[in-house]
Design a protein around this ligand. Structure first.
Ligand code: DGY
Length: 330
């Protein structure tokens, strides 16, 4: 009997795909760091029973319409805003993601950005390398103090909780905003729930970890930035569209806030000529929140196992919340 076909949108290591390979014929895009063109993905999806996708691959209604055999999409990310969920439902396709296994790694990166932004690390490092360091100065690159400051986390899921856990080590006061209260996180980290506007007005560091939804899109707009302290920093490790980038650029340029640490952008990759990247008080990274080797290996393995589960007719281990109760398509 022919094995089901699984298309993977990047070249990924075989070691983490061994179990999937025992159950499916694996086909892969030939590049590791260049996205598969949309027309190639559509042609491959048309013959596939399963897709292993990246968060940068748009999975549209049009693609799903022409993929009659498709039963499962496993996104190698916790976020799945690249997938048209209404269309996936209509076509009876399971959607899976990789929650939890990347939370600590993503929180580590959030903290890297927070510290770098507060202490002007990238500007100071560039200054040294450019040979501009001619003498020590009492306020040279003197930034914000991190320990004992106040942090406000917007989105208190697994990543937000991991950010809060680290904040305790810095002896910080921790506030959070989330649609619903997270009692477990409150108990573990001492974080206190706050209305979004109160949080924005009171904290030294705003860290975004919320998923991109209709509700969160554009939540940090000109009005929200206006509320923040002039000494505050905005850290975004969630999704670019949570922030109105034109408003952020304006706030940073006019020193309405002190700095921003950004791992994500509305359009990725962001162009080198983007106005945000011209600002000294922006620390920018290329969406590497979960980019630690063991984490990425675990994400690949988990995505493969989710596909195998569905192809074997069982409930996948980490379906997206909307699909946790959904029976597999026969
Ligand atoms: C995720 O998992 O959603 C991250 O943004 C990808 O690194």
């Amino acid at each position: 009997m022919n094995k089901p076909v699984v298309y993977i949108t990047r070249t990924l290591p075989e070691a983490q795909l061994q179990t999937l390979a025992d159950h499916a014929e694996i086909r892969m895009w030939k590049e590791a760091d260049i996205p598969v063109p949309e027309e190639v993905l559509a042609a491959e999806a048309a013959e596939a029973d399963g897709l292993l996708t990246m968060m940068s691959d748009p999975v549209t209604d049009e693609l799903l319409e022409k993929a009659p055999k498709l039963k499962v999409i496993a996104n190698m990310a916790v976020g799945y805003d690249n997938i048209d969920m209404k269309a996936a439902d209509r076509h009876g396709v399971y959607v899976c993601h990789t929650p939890d296994v990347l939370s600590d790694t993503t929180a580590d990166l959030g903290w890297t950005l927070l510290l770098a932004s507060a202490r002007q690390v990238t500007s100071a490092a560039d200054y040294v390398k450019a040979g501009r360091w001619t003498g020590w100065g009492p306020f040279m690159f003197a930034g914000q103090q991190v320990h004992q400051a106040t942090i406000g986390i917007i989105g208190m899921g697994s990543i937000g909780t991991a950010v809060a856990r680290r904040a305790r080590g810095f002896d910080m006061t921790i506030y959070y905003h989330n649609r619903s209260r997270n009692a477990a996180a409150e108990e573990e980290t001492g974080a206190v729930w706050m209305e979004k506007n109160d949080l924005l007005e009171n904290v030294d560091f705003v860290v975004l970890t919320a998923p991109l939804t209709e509700e969160t899109k554009g939540m940090i707009d000109a009005e929200a930035l206006e509320r923040m302290k002039p000494t505050a920093h905005l850290i975004n490790i969630a999704r670019g569209p949570l922030v109105d980038e034109a408003a952020l650029e304006n706030a940073l340029r006019e020193k309405k806030i002190a700095g921003a640490g950004l791992d994500v952008f509305s359009n990725e990759p962001i162009g080198a000529d983007h106005p945000l990247l011209q600002l000294e008080n922006v620390t920018a990274l290329p969406h590497i929140g979960s980019a630690a080797v063991p984490t990425r290996q675990t994400m690949i393995e988990l995505a493969g196992l989710n596909i195998k589960d569905v192809l074997q007719g069982t409930q996948p281990r980490t379906a997206v919340p909307e699909h946790r109760e959904k029976p597999p398509r026969s």
